[in-house]
Design a protein around this ligand. Structure first.
Ligand SMILES: Cc1ncc(COP(=O)(O)O)c(C=O)c1O
Length: 393
């Protein structure tokens, strides 16, 4: 009998899949649903970006392009990294254009991970971070990032997890699902720890431009960190371009060498007309203003949630202020129900869709992720319903 790749048995099909089916069935049956579960901007891509792609398509940029990305886009990315993060990258050797942030993460992990290497990943975190490491035969060790510590791992937890097999630390700040990020000092300590123990740091910074207080520091911006840091980035969230599938990996040249092989042998290249639009988005001054205005809209909704949380004062739903990305990780442990049960009941009883916290790791049990990439009205109505529902339990 033919056998399958056993690694996939280790990957849980998340409860979100069945929940998504349920949402679709309820919608099809005509039930109004307030969708606060999808991590996709409710804004459209700016028409000028679409026009740049259309112009490139009509100008014949519809063939294979260079597999590491066009010179124009790699230059634009280097310019962006210097402008926004203060880090210098060589566009010829240290940047790879990818099919979104998820593909940047894939090429990053392919480049450095050997079977059996241990990968340290905070819990909770976006499921792909651990799933990808598992697919590539890494051993994932989760590092608790408790709500009580602002969803940042206690530093001791990193030290305790270290073994001779530890090879990679995966970070994602601002975080999906918690919306938090650590201080520069914490990152500095973590980089020192990585340097002392010969570890790589893979930093997923796809939400890097979405923050509501002090700007988060890029993991590569710490002095001396660049040589052991792989930055995963994308235009999906910051320019409302999720469907375009364009992002990049910024890393030391030897890593990019491997990543390029991984990319050539999986996608060949990113469509040239998409790259044209991406270069325009990253460099055109007016597009940076658009990103800022989207951030301001998310900030307004974030403040709305915090105001409602203060007004409605629930001890069943504990709200840690989101500092970035477009998420709140609601602590609903006082309800003493599983995350899946909470989300199923919320959907059936009051028509509000959230993601069960357990989809992000064991530490997410009893939590639910609320996404504010929805209209102000939906965010307000949805949040009120969640609190009313919880208070009736
Ligand atoms: C933390 C994180 N990284 C990466 C991605 C994927 O981004 P992209 O659309 O650029 O592949 C997501 C999408 O939700 C995400 O939440």
């Amino acid at each position: 009998m033919q056998t399958l790749n056993q690694q996939f048995e280790l990957i849980r099909q998340s409860a979100t899949v069945s929940l998504t089916d349920r949402i679709m069935a309820l919608k099809a049956a005509g039930k109004p649903i307030i969708s606060l579960q999808v991590g996709d901007p409710d804004f459209g891509t700016h028409p000028a970006i679409a026009q740049a792609a259309l112009n490139a398509m009509q100008a014949g940029q519809t063939h294979y392009g260079p597999s590491n990305g066009t010179v124009e886009l790699r230059n634009a990315i280097a310019q962006k990294l210097k402008r926004d993060e203060g880090v210098d990258y060589d566009p010829n050797t240290e940047i790879l254009v990818t099919n979104g942030g998820i593909h940047a993460y894939y090429t990053a992990m392919q480049s450095i991970l050997n079977p059996g290497d241990e990968v340290l990943i905070p819990d909770p975190s976006w499921a792909t971070h651990s799933n990808m490491a598992t697919m590539l035969r890494g051993d994932v060790k989760r590092i608790p990032a408790p709500a009580e510590n602002g969803f940042i791992p206690h530093f001791d937890s990193w030290l305790k997890a270290l073994t001779t097999k530890t090879k990679i630390i995966v970070l994602n700040y601002p975080s999906n699902p918690t919306g938090t990020y650590p201080t520069r000092e914490y990152l500095q300590r973590l980089q020192d720890f990585a340097a002392q123990n010969n570890l790589w740091i893979v930093a997923d910074e796809v939400y890097g431009s979405l923050y509501y207080g002090e700007k988060p520091t890029s993991a590569a911006a710490i002095e001396g960190a660049k040589e052991r840091t792989l930055i995963v980035h994308s235009l999906s969230k910051s320019y409302a371009m999720t469907g375009w599938r364009v992002g990049f990996l910024a890393a030391p040249a030897k890593v990019i060498g491997n990543a390029l092989k991984a990319s050539q042998n999986s996608i060949t290249c990113v469509a040239p007309f998409i790259q044209k639009a991406a270069a325009f988005a990253l460099t055109d001054p007016a597009m940076q203003e658009v990103t800022l205005s989207m951030r301001a809209a998310y900030a307004k909704r974030r403040d709305l949630v915090l105001r409602l949380a203060r007004e409605l004062e629930s001890d069943k739903v504990i709200v840690t202020p989101s500092q970035g990305a477009f998420y709140f990780f609601l602590d609903m442990r006082p309800l003493k129900m599983s995350s899946v049960e909470i989300c199923e009941r919320l959907l059936d009883d009051v028509g509000v869709a959230l993601v069960p916290g357990s989809a992000f790791g064991e530490q997410g049990e009893g939590f639910a992720r609320l996404c504010i990439a929805a209209s102000d009205e939906d965010v307000e109505a949805g949040f009120r319903k969640i609190i009313e529902w919880a208070e009736e339990r």
